[in-house]
Design a protein around this ligand. Structure first.
Ligand SMILES: C[S@@+](CC[C@H](N)C(=O)[O-])C[C@H]1O[C@@H](n2cnc3c(N)ncnc32)[C@H](O)[C@@H]1O
Length: 200
């Protein structure tokens, strides 16, 4: 982490809020802003959180679904445990990971899938964009397999040439589809959230 970046982060409004509210990162507010706008989560929902490290989306999702809800979180990197969240360390692209997730799914199925997955940044934007879409495709594969009819999905992508086709797939699979940049996304960020509501 460069010194300048660390200094700028300390001045950041959402960074300060996350420290104050005990969220593991400022990203928590992106999820709460998306939920406030589109009303994605309901009490008691079962949620899969793809790309969960360090865990702020899982923390926020847990708050939004309450004690009766279920959160299954996945990441390549481990997270410090969060009471009420079941974590799996693995690659979303691996069959073994998918099998582990399958074993955790409750009989009532999954109501919401969220993916904040992002590739390691290479500095080559086209490459990073393509990798981000590849991860988003995996999230959609999870939605095909695990998400209940009527369920909702939130997926982050780095915007670019391939995003239009990807959004087309969301439109096909969900009755309502939106693209949204929450206020908590940094102004300089190319990330965009695609939201699918009410799976067909
Ligand atoms: C921006 S971070 C997620 C932040 C998280 N939503 C939070 O609020 O704490 C993106 C995460 O995606 C994960 N990721 C990237 N590729 C992945 C893959 N193939 N399988 C699982 N997780 C992946 C990374 O390890 C990284 O932790």
């Amino acid at each position: 982490m460069s010194k300048r970046w660390a200094q700028e982060r300390k001045k950041d409004h959402y960074y300060k809020m996350a420290k104050r509210d005990n969220y593991r990162s400022r990203a928590a507010y992106k999820l709460s802003q998306i939920d406030r706008r589109f009303d994605i989560f309901n009490t008691g929902d079962a949620v899969i959180d793809l790309g969960a490290n360090p865990g702020s989306w899982s923390q926020m999702a847990l708050e939004l679904v309450g004690e009766t809800g279920i959160i299954i979180a996945l990441d390549l990197k481990p997270i410090e445990s969060i009471p009420g969240v079941t974590f799996i360390k693995g690659d979303v692209r691996s069959k073994i990971t998918k099998k582990k997730i399958t074993e955790l799914i409750p009989e009532t199925g999954i109501n919401v899938i969220v993916s904040d997955m992002a590739p390691n940044i290479s500095g080559n934007y086209s490459l990073d964009h393509a990798k981000s879409i590849e991860l988003a495709e995996m999230a959609l594969e999870y939605a095909d397999e695990f998400l209940n009819k009527g369920g909702h999905m939130i997926v982050k992508v780095f915007d670019g040439d391939l995003a239009g086709d990807y959004f087309g797939q969301i439109k096909e699979k969900f009755k309502i589809s939106k693209r949204y940049a929450p206020k908590a996304s940094r102004k300089s960020s190319s990330e965009i959230y695609m939201i699918g509501m009410s799976k067909r």
